[in-house]
Ligand binder design. Sequence first.
Ligand SMILES: Nc1ncnc2c1ncn2[C@@H]1O[C@H](COP(=O)(O)OP(=O)(O)O)[C@@H](O)[C@H]1O
Ligand SMILES: [Mg+2]
Length: 288
Amino acid sequence: MIRIDCFWRDLLSHLEKDRSWRSVFVAGPVDSGKSTLCRFLGEHFAVRFSTAAIDCDPGQSILGPPATLALAWEPRKSEVPLAMRFIGSNTPSGHFLQALTSMKRLSERAFEEGAQKIVFDSCGYPVTAAGREFFYQTLDLLEPDHLVALQQIDEMEPLLATFTRRNKPRLHRLPISEEVIRRSRTERRAYRQQKFKRYFKNAKRQMLPLEGMGLHGMIPALKNPQSWDHCLVALCDRKGFAVAIGVLEKVEMHESRLWIHAPPFDRNQIASVQFGSLRVDHRSGEEL
Ligand SMILES: Nc1ncnc2c1ncn2[C@@H]1O[C@H](COP(=O)(O)OP(=O)(O)O)[C@@H](O)[C@H]1O
Ligand SMILES: [Mg+2]
């Protein structure tokens, strides 16, 4: 059971008063209840508005498999997202560009599809200088109308300071709920494994001709076939959205084709192959 405390109710009444808001971004440390709050907000506003959820956590992802960011309508009827972008890793660290572009493209897509409100769920921000800058650049680019910061004491303040003098976003500081259940590293890994396993449940060995197709992302060394082994890749459409993700078996450069294990997809939709930096066993879902 989700506990809805008075702080959540206060937040709702602020959002209700602002009739023109279009997006809210929920930030906070790892295990601070971000996803739970996002779901609550999403379901609440979906009663009266076309409300989209954008899952910006490539690790403990709720929509879509790990290593992706995804868009879905609220209330969520299934785990299959409306659109998906590939980051290539279970953390934005080392993949900041892919994460930044993905969040922007998914929000554009949501508005194109008719979203009146967007709720952005985020990953626990990396506590490094680069992580802090990533957070800053993310909010600068997305320009959410409201920013909700969950914090125990004041751990989000260094990040919030850069926005306190701006007109947008409006800041809301919320304490972390006592009901939050923390997850260990092992539990997080096991969660990702289950998500991958479920995603690859119907995977088939498939051949993809590379003729006229671009490769991008963390492309492994071409000369070393071992570096391609079990590499997680995305098969992207003409707009860069991931139609499917797959695990690479081999690349046959002379024949200009590759073999992957992926859920069935329409080859005609694929315009490029994006490489990630994770290796995954598609049968067990385990990260290698
Ligand atoms: N208000 C709440 N009431 C009950 N359980 C909660 C609440 N907030 C979080 N939890 C639980 O705590 C765990 C972590 O919450 P989650 O929203 O996934 O955090 P985050 O997205 O910040 O990692 C989940 O199991 C969730 O069900
Ligand atoms: Mg979460």
